[in-house]
Each structure stands twice: as C-alpha cells, then as structure tokens.
Design a protein around this ligand. Structure first.
Ligand code: KIV
Ligand code: ZN
Length: 516
C-alpha cells in the first residue's frame, strides 16, 4: 500500500446494524463481535448510542474496555447530555471517538427539529466543542446530507472543522442518492469547503434503492477516505453499505482505486457468520462475498473454465475472504488439545479454562452424534456456548416428540426450572410447534415469537441445524440460538436460550422502540 492512501473502515454493525428491527445483541455478544472486528483490523468500531439506555451505555463501555487495537466510537445527538454520556462510556478506551450528529436537510430541520438553519449550525459547533472536551477524535455527521442544500452544508462543515471535528461524515440517511450525483457531492464539498484538508471525509450510505455500496464507492473515487458500513449490510430498513462488498471491491480493483484498507480479509466470512448467528439475520445464498453460493460454479461451462484456469470465472479467491473447504477436522477421538488448537487456528479464543472445558464437553456430545466435525460445526458450537446465559433458569433435561403421518404431533418435555424438575406435554401443528407449546405449558412466559429460522451448518443429512428464535416481551427483544443434529432439539434449545436471556435482567436486551 506504499503509494496508496489509506481507506478507513468504520464499522457500525453494533450501532446502525442493531437498529434493524429484531437485530438485538446482548452486551457480551457485542463484545464478541467487536473482538472479531478488531481481529479483522477494522479501524473504527461504533459500539452503540450510550444515551439510548443504560444497557446501551454498558455495552459501549464493555466494548471500550475490551478493544485495544481499533478505535471505539459512541454516537450522540448534538446535545450536551448525549455527548457527556458518550464521553463517560468511552473513557477507558485505548482510543476513543465521539460521533455527534444533527440533521441539515430542509425537511429534517423544519419537520423534525423545528429549527432554523442558523440554529442548527450553532448547535453543531457547540456539540463538536463539547465533544472535544472528552477526546480529540471527534466525528461530525450532517444527518440527511444527501438531501441537504450544498451551500448550507458547506457552511456547517467549515464551521465544525474550525470547532475541532476531525472527521466529517456525509450520510445518505434515506438511501436517496445515485452514485454519480453522490460522488459529485463529495468532490464538491471537498473542493469548496476552505478547511476541508483539516478533516477526513467519510460517507455513510443506506440501501433503500440498493445503491449503498455503489454510492460509497463513488464517494471514495471522489476523495472520501472513510466508509461507514456494516457486516452483511445489516442496518435500518434496507440496511447500510456492506463492509465485505466495499472492502473487496476496493481490494479487487486496485487498478481503479488510489486507496486500500488495512483489513485482514480472511476474517470476513467468520465475522459474517458470527453476526448472522447472533442477530438471527440469515445471509442470502447469492449475497456477494459471504453468500453460500458466492464462489459456487454450477454450470458445466463455468466448472470447465475454472478447472482449466480459475481466473476464467473467479475474480477473487474464496480463501482470501475466509472460505475454507468443508474440511473434516475433528472426530470422536480428538482430544482437548486438538480441539483447542483447531479452534485457535480458525480464530476462536477461549478466555478462561472453564469456557474451554464447557465448549469441549459440548464438542464431545456432538462427536457422539456426528461422525465428522467441520470448522463450521466448531463455530456453531462456540456461538452456542458463548451465547449461553450464566446460571440459566431454564435447562432442557429431556424431549420426546411423536410425529406420524395423519396424526397430530405431540411433544413431551422435561425442564429444570431454577433447579426444580418440571414436565409438560402438548400437541402442535408440527413437532417444533408442539415442543414450543410444551415449554410454554411449563413456563407461561407471556412472550411473542417474532422469528423462527433454521440454517444447516454444513451439508449432508447428518448436518447440525442452527436455529434462531426471536422473542419479544414488553418491548424487550432477544435472540436465542441452539444447534443440534436434531432440529427439534435445536429449536427447543434456542427457545430456552431466548427465555433465559429475557429472565436475566442484567443482560442488555435491545429495547427496539425505546430509543431516544
Ligand atoms: O443514517 C444516518 O444518517 C446515521 C447518522 C447517525 C450517521 O446513521
Ligand atoms: Zn445510518
């Protein structure tokens, strides 16, 4: 990258990504994702919106305390109380950034803020100065910049740079822009704002018209040197620009871009899986870079071409983005050391011996049922272990399901509820429905099921099914995970994992509608 500029990658999976309806993460899950992002060498991790709730504050604080190599960022409106709260959450970070924003488009200023443009400008300047009292790394965003008036935007940007903003972010908040127009906007701002050279220009594009990545790349071609993005393109409504697509477009087309990122792209697929598992948002098979079919060649002509010379139909190497062939890595006779070593090789670290022991005992249970254990199985097993709640209230002791052609399925379940054994039996429209009803007969949780999804972790009929269950109760939303070769058992585990998260009030469960 000697003669190339650096393109800063600002990941907002933990903040804007979490604003996807249902994509809730506990504090520990956020820390896990943050560590995976740090390992991938993401430059800036936006960990949350500290003023939004005590849970958000704690999550940002926990990420700030765990991350050493990436800058950790907290979002705040342009208000003293928000900024001070963000400063407080970030105070233990090795490198901290405060990101403050206010809207600059006519429609947002009139209809939402009910403020005159001059008042907005004054508040923006005040906010940046306030943020500078906490850190010298301050980002200012002109919300809805994509629909703002150019002259006004230039005035605001010049003033906030004078006030100490070091990054200027230009969001296309509603995903309204078109690549050429958005690229020109960035070029115009950078040439018209007199002190533009004193800040890094950044973009933050939403995907309402499916153009978030294209708009971001157009901006990079016109001088932007930070891109805000999320893993798998998670985010509000249609999502944000996808990190993996931006990074690989820039890396693959070095003939076009005069910049590159520092990212270790081999971490992309593991990171994508982690985020998908935790949030319960599956990755579509034909999704660029991280979809299951992204490197699959089905047609004979393509297969023939790739066999003769891989470049005929492949512009990237699957292994460069972290795809590994389904390798048989371990089995029933593998010991604790082999298990630990393979986990380390694929980026899974255990923080304590206890965590390792728990994961190893789950591995042994799995190896009893499944002959060949693949890397993907290990990843699922560790996801399940790390999402488990300490001192679980509900534990699955036994599950029996009877399902027969022409008969109504019935499930009988035995749970340990706070150490006491309880049993229930229920019929349902299918075995999973019957199992969930049987659980409810025992616990009467009063929750609403928002999502139920099953993914096979590897191929083959002996593959494990990974189930996500999303439950909602009084505005709190949690995702439960369960994996097993028997998908009814995996489903019951996921349901109980979600219930345990709801019961544990110390865990941050995302209050989707309680935002500030
Ligand atoms: O989309 C947006 O405008 C945002 C800002 C807070 C940067 O998310
Ligand atoms: Zn956004």
């Amino acid at each position: 990258m000697a003669d190339k500029d650096k393109l800063i990658i600002f990941d907002t999976t933990l903040r804007d990504g979490e604003q996807s309806p249902g994509a809730s993460m506990t504090r520990d899950e956020k820390v896990r994702i943050a560590k995976a992002l740090e390992k991938m060498r993401v430059d800036v991790i936006e960990a949350g919106f500290p003023i939004a709730s005590p849970g958000d504050f704690e999550a940002v604080q926990a990420v700030a305390r765990s991350i050493k190599d990436s800058t950790v960022c907290g979002l705040s409106r342009a208000l003293d109380k928000d900024i001070d709260r963000a400063g407080e959450a970030l105070k233990d970070a090795n490198s901290a950034r405060i990101h403050t924003f206010i809207a600059t488009s006519p429609i947002h200023m009139q209809a939402k803020l009910r403020m005159e443009p001059d008042q907005v400008l004054e508040q923006a300047v005040r906010a940046v100065k306030r943020a500078r009292q906490h850190t010298d790394n301050v980002e200012f965003s002109a919300e809805d910049a994509g629909r703002s008036e150019l002259d006004f935007l230039c005035r605001v940007i010049e003033a906030v740079i004078d006030a100490g903003a070091t990054t200027i972010n230009i969001p296309d908040t509603v995903g309204y822009n078109i690549p050429q127009q958005f690229g020109e906007l960035i070029g115009n701002l950078m040439s018209r704002v007199p002190n533009a050279d004193k800040a890094v220009f950044s973009v933050h594009c939403h995907n309402d018209l499916g153009l978030a990545v294209s708009n971001s790349l157009a901006a990079v071609l016109n001088g932007a040197r930070q891109v805000e993005c999320t893993i798998n393109g998670l985010g509000e409504r249609a999502g944000n620009a996808s990190l993996e697509e931006i990074v690989m477009a820039v890396r693959t087309r070095q003939d076009v871009f005069s910049c590159d990122t520092d990212l270790d792209t081999t971490q992309i697929v593991p990171c994508s899986r982690l985020v998908s598992g935790i949030t319960g948002f599956p990755v579509q098979p034909n999704k660029a870079i991280v979809g299951a079919n992204a490197f699959a060649h089905e047609s004979g002509i393509h297969q023939d071409g790739v066999l003769k010379s891989r470049e005929t139909y492949e512009i990237m190497r699957a292994e460069d983005v972290g795809w590994s062939a389904n390798r048989i890595v371990l089995g029933k006779h593998s010991g604790r050391n082999a298990f630990r070593t393979r986990c380390q090789e694929i980026g899974i670290e255990f923080e304590t011996e206890e965590e390792l022991n728990l994961a190893f005992s789950r591995f042994k249970d799995l190896a009893d049922k499944k002959h060949d254990i693949f890397d993907e199985d290990l990843q699922a097993l560790v996801s399940e272990t790390s999402t488990a709640v300490e001192d679980e209230c509900y534990k699955l002791l036994a599950l029996r399901v009877c399902s027969e052609t022409g008969e109504t399925p019935v499930a009988g379940i035995t749970l340990s509820v706070d150490g006491e054994e309880k049993a229930g039996e229920c019929a349902g429209s299918g075995p999973v429905d019957a199992a969930f009803r049987a659980i409810e007969e025992i616990v009467s949780s009063g929750t609403q099921l928002q999502l139920y999804s099953v993914n096979n972790i590897t191929s083959g009929t002996d593959a494990q099914g990974e189930v996500t269950v999303r439950l909602e109760k009084a505005g709190r939303i949690v995702n439960g995970l369960g994996a097993d070769t028997d998908i009814v058992i995996a489903s019951a585990k996921a349901y109980l994992n979600a219930l345990n998260k709801l019961v544990d009030q110390t865990l941050r469960a995302h209050p989707q509608r309680d935002g500030v």
